[in-house]
Design a protein around this ligand. Sequence first.
Ligand code: FAD
Length: 470
Amino acid sequence: MIVGLPLYAAGLYLTLTLVPLFVILAGSGVQGRGFWVEFGVAIGFVGLAMLCLQSVLTARYPRLSGAIGQDTMLQFHRQAGIVAFGFVLAHPVILIAADSSFWEFLDPRVNFLRALFLVGVLFALPLLILTSLWRETFRLPYQWWRLGHGILAALILVIGLFHIMRVQTYLSDPWKQALWLAMGTASIASIGYARAIKPLRVRRFPYRVTQIEPVAERIWSVRVEPEEGPGLSFRAGQFAFLTIADSPFSLEQHPFSVASSARCDDHLEFAIKELGDYTSTIGELPTGQTAWVDGAYGSMHLPPDDSGLLLVAGGIGVTPILSMLRTVRDEGRRVPIVFIYAADRIDELAYTAELDALAQELDLTVVRVLADPPPDWNGEVGFVTDDLIANHLSTEAAKQWHAVTCGPPPMMEVVERALLAEGMPLGRIHSERFDIGAAGAVGRRQAQVRRLVIGLSAVMVAASALFASW
Ligand SMILES: Cc1cc2nc3c(=O)[nH]c(=O)nc-3n(C[C@H](O)[C@H](O)[C@H](O)COP(=O)(O)OP(=O)(O)OC[C@H]3O[C@@H](n4cnc5c(N)ncnc54)[C@H](O)[C@@H]3O)c2cc1C
């Protein structure tokens, strides 16, 4: 495993980006126009193949998400997107530098429509990347950014495919055109799957909101029950997209970890923290509304072995952990558990009574950490630190436990670093970040995904050079 991204997935990705390139060398239509022209062409093809795969990575295919992890997939999507952007932009730059006659592709006097579309791509690509990297700086609402991101990406893809079909240097054979069309179709179909097929499926299984109540300051427990049949099947630690009082096609779909036990199929519970436009209205919603649940996603789940568990949550990161504890109780498992639960203030600690009851029932120690404690506080004070983690992993046996962490990114970084320093293997550290928009912004796994993307990109550049000197 590389960072939760299985080797076979990385190999498959490389194959899907390089095979369409080398296949075009077969048969007729190949022109030897010098190394740099052919290299520029190859880089363009590889960049386009990567763009085709981008929407597959974000289509929320439950099996992919479950095997690799939505977090890792989005980190990969983000970083591969930057490389694809570089490759596609390098394509005209290298061609024009190698042979200035390629300017004519961008010259409206030669072909107005072609120049319009190709120049459009050259503007749309940086726009796509800049609005993704700095969405919050530009104050773009998440839903509108997501819609625009999809539309821009689909436009770039369609123009790119149309361009390689029209240029025909390498795609004069119908079967080669068919191969690239299949790549493009898979990509557009992934967008269709995410935006149309999946909502249609979700619509067949409506839920009803049966309870909304506060569980801590600005945190609401939302209970939904399936209108008929058993509810969503999920693994403790996974999340789902929840839409309340709207259509499953709505842009207003928010990911929330399931807080209820995975052994309970008559309802789902979510704990939602007021954060922005949508979540701030949760407490005001009347019960009885229809809700739609799309899931379950994410590879973070309750480890099956009973060696031991170190759970570390910060703030609303308690939700997947609560689901795990409730599931351990319902499965009757005897597993030693230490749960470190951090928040700023005492009012922000949720489910206090239930956690205390679980500590009586299970082999569970709850360690609460407050940054700003009241005078009579007898728990830990400050933030989650390396030392705090080390204290709870002091025995050799504990180093062979599994660790699960969920919370603010800086806390997760400290926890991951401390666990690795204590000798816990990365494969035993499970985590989920609560910010899809910033997927890849932090963390040990992010660094490893980056290294993987750099490695794959180097192979692609080398393969393009090989193609050019064929
Ligand atoms: C895997 C995962 C599990 C989560 N679990 C929980 C949970 O159990 N409880 C909880 O309270 N919160 C959870 N969140 C966070 C929750 O999804 C966001 O707080 C919520 O969507 C914010 O919406 P808003 O409109 O109120 O806030 P806004 O102010 O509009 O958004 C705040 C930030 O939240 C993110 N965000 C907004 N809308 C979406 C969306 N539709 N999809 C993805 N991200 C979005 C963006 O990064 C945005 O900048 C989870 C997030 C993820 C990714």
